[in-house]
Design a protein around this ligand. Structure first.
Ligand code: SF4
Length: 194
């Protein structure tokens, strides 16, 4: 999940495959950080991700005695989020992705696309991604399959239609319900400009 940050799915996968060629998780912790950074170079920001991945693995092993995170499936969601976000380099988005995608827990990851689309449409007001996690979760039903699908659909919509610059409003299915379109018509400014 750390590898996926600001990285395409294809590059994330390539970085992961090469990372795992360094050996098991113990071997990855023990490897020189430069070797880990080199292995994950297809992911963006490898120099900052490599030490974070090693520190996160080390913290999981030291606290749990293994790398198994399946206990998160049983913890109350609040406690599971708290446990994950206490790990070095794991924020609310990464923690939410792990819990929703791996353990079907009722949380809602807000990445840059989800944040942009929900803000422009007017589901939430202007706020940072961190605050948007709380705001959206309060509005949404605690239904993991629904949250999973909504996350993927908003992500795809943000990648393909409601892009950061020059969103494709004329072909957007949300046009009639979109606050930004109501204000700016087909000339919605780049996200963050207005
Ligand atoms: Fe984005 Fe335009 Fe669609 Fe609104 S109408 S969601 S700004 S593409």
């Amino acid at each position: 999940t750390i590898l996926s940050q600001r990285t395409t799915q294809q590059d994330e996968e390539l970085a992961y495959q090469e990372l795992r060629q360094l050996g098991d998780w113990d071997a990855i912790i023990a490897a020189p950080t430069e070797a880990v950074a080199h292995a994950i170079r297809r992911s963006n920001y490898p120099e900052s991700k490599a030490p974070r991945i090693q520190a996160t693995l080390r913290a999981i092993r030291d606290e749990r005695g293994s790398y198994d995170l399946d206990f998160l499936a049983e913890l109350p969601v609040k406690d599971a989020l708290k446990w994950l976000t206490a790990l070095p380099g794991v924020g609310i988005k990464t923690a939410s992705l792990v819990l929703l995608f791996n353990y079907a827990r009722p949380v809602f990851p807000v990445d840059t696309h989800v944040h942009r689309v929900t803000t422009r449409v007017g589901v939430i007001g202007r706020m940072g991604e961190q605050a948007a996690h709380r705001a959206l979760l309060q509005l949404l039903p605690p239904d993991p399959p629904f949250l999973f699908e909504l996350h993927l659909n908003l992500l795809r919509h943000g990648q393909k239609v409601c892009t950061w610059v020059r969103p494709k409003c004329p072909v957007c299915v949300l046009r009639a319900r979109c606050d930004a379109h109501a204000i700016y018509g087909n000339n919605v400014p780049s996200f963050g400009e207005k």
